[in-house]
Write a protein that binds this ligand. Structure first.
Ligand SMILES: Nc1ncnc2c1ncn2[C@@H]1O[C@H](COP(=O)(O)OP(=O)(O)OP(=O)(O)O)[C@@H](O)[C@H]1O
Ligand SMILES: [Mg+2]
Length: 392
């Protein structure tokens, strides 16, 4: 039995709700091997007992399957959140609420949903920001019609670009092209922390955050850096997409993020010539999944050519044609999201204390001195912050 064998066995244990394993997340340390007896620590970011139990069960099975006779994982989890929010972290305190838009896989319409929901929230009279956190494929600037606009820099802070009544900033567009492609773990976490600190948002009622597809470092890091008020999952009606969406909903649960609902996108087709709606991939197929997660479908958005052209040309349908059927559905979805945000806040709000890394209160394991946003982290691959933060 060697450390390598133990590590490769534990690399088969997924962190519950995520598509990455506990070794890749950097949660495993202090592996001690005596003959075929194995002991190790797993420093997790969730205080939920079922998360710890699942990791214990699966890691014992995995290491035994690799030849160990006795396996003793020691789980180090943060304390359950207290009444006060002093252990939580908010790098963007001028923003009152955060909406995380997520999906299990790419191309289902997250960015389109983020843009149109953000515009619909602003149409309700709210002060809205839109953060493109998709560092791998930033599409929001084009969809908002500001792909060629360079943001103003004030000192080492970036001033968001204004378009269609909202403030917008794209993390990816602040970086050199292709810079993020090989980023992993610590680098993503540092980049997200740095961007959150360095963007000079106004006092916003809500910041809509368009995430990269999947469930990984960016999602975990964001949830640790700001108290996400609600999560929204975007899916398409085919069952393969639904399987992936389940992961996204599961992730919200694991991160203690209340679920605002599901947007079923590409749900039916509205013919541009007749306005007649056809069912193509199946409509309403996400209903049972919504029930399973105690949430609801807050919009069924049809395939509509003007949604795509609106995205390509930077003219979002909810702004340029608010009386269209799809725009009305985005507007209804935004109203539902806001009603839920208000209800959550009336019941005491959210706190991300339960997902903090295992470091002393108020200290972020992933923090480094903030540098100007333009100089996005130049850390080398595989860099470790050395604190068991789970970000490498
Ligand atoms: N309801 C719709 N009707 C027509 N076209 C749509 C619709 N929703 C999205 N599209 C188009 O589908 C493509 C993918 O959408 P979008 O970029 O929003 O997906 P995404 O989930 O953000 O993708 P990625 O994972 O790559 O970030 C875009 O060209 C968009 O204009
Ligand atoms: Mg996108």
């Amino acid at each position: 039995m060697t450390e390598e064998i133990v590590k490769s066995a534990l690399a088969k244990v997924m962190y519950p709700g995520f598509t990455k394993d506990i070794v890749t997340f950097g949660f495993v340390n202090n592996i001690e091997i005596t003959g075929t007896d194995v002991k190790f620590n797993v420093e997790i970011t969730s205080s939920a007992p079922e998360v710890a139990q699942q990791i214990v069960d699966e890691s014992i099975a995995a290491v035994k399957a690799a030849g160990a006779t006795s396996v003793a994982p020691i789980i180090k989890a943060p304390q359950m959140p207290r009444e006060s929010s002093s252990q939580g972290k908010n790098l963007t305190p001028q923003v009152k609420n955060f909406l995380m838009v997520s999906s299990g896989k790419g191309g289902v319409g997250k960015s389109t949903t983020s843009v149109n929901v953000a515009i619909a929230l602003a149409a309700q009279g709210l002060k809205v920001g839109l953060l493109d956190a998709d560092i791998y494929g930033p599409n929001i600037p084009r969809m908002m019609g500001v792909a060629d606009v360079k943001p103003e820099i004030n000192g080492n802070k970036v001033i968001p670009i204004k378009a269609y009544g909202i403030e917008m900033m794209s993390m990816g567009s602040l970086m050199e092209e292709g810079q993020s492609l090989l980023w992993r773990g610590a680098m993503i976490m540092k980049a997200i922390e740095q961007f959150l600190r360095d963007i000079l948002w106004s006092e916003l009622d809500i910041l809509v955050i368009d995430m990269p597809p999947g469930t990984g470092d960016a999602q975990l890091s964001l949830a640790q850096s700001i108290p996400v008020t609600v999560g929204l999952t975007v899916t398409t009606p085919q069952s393969v997409s639904l399987d992936d969406s389940r992961r996204s909903l599961n992730m919200f649960q694991k991160l203690n993020i209340p679920i605002a609902g599901i947007v079923e996108n590409m749900s039916g087709f509205i013919a541009p010539d007749t306005g007649v709606e056809y069912d193509i991939f199946g409509k309403g197929t996400s209903g049972p999944m919504a029930k399973e997660f105690d949430t609801k479908i807050i919009a069924e958005i049809p395939i509509e050519p003007s949604i795509r052209t609106g995205g390509d040309e930077g003219k979002p349908i909810t702004f340029v044609n608010p009386s269209s059927e799809s725009a009305k559905r985005y507007i209804a979805a935004a109203a539902s999201i806001w009603a839920q945000v208000e209800e959550i806040n009336a019941n005491g709000g959210v706190d991300n204390a339960s997902v903090q890394p295992n470091t002393p209160p108020g200290v972020s394991a992933c923090s480094t001195a903030a540098a100007p946003a333009k100089a996005a982290p130049a850390a080398s691959e595989g860099e470790s912050c050395g604190t068991g933060c789970g970000c490498h």
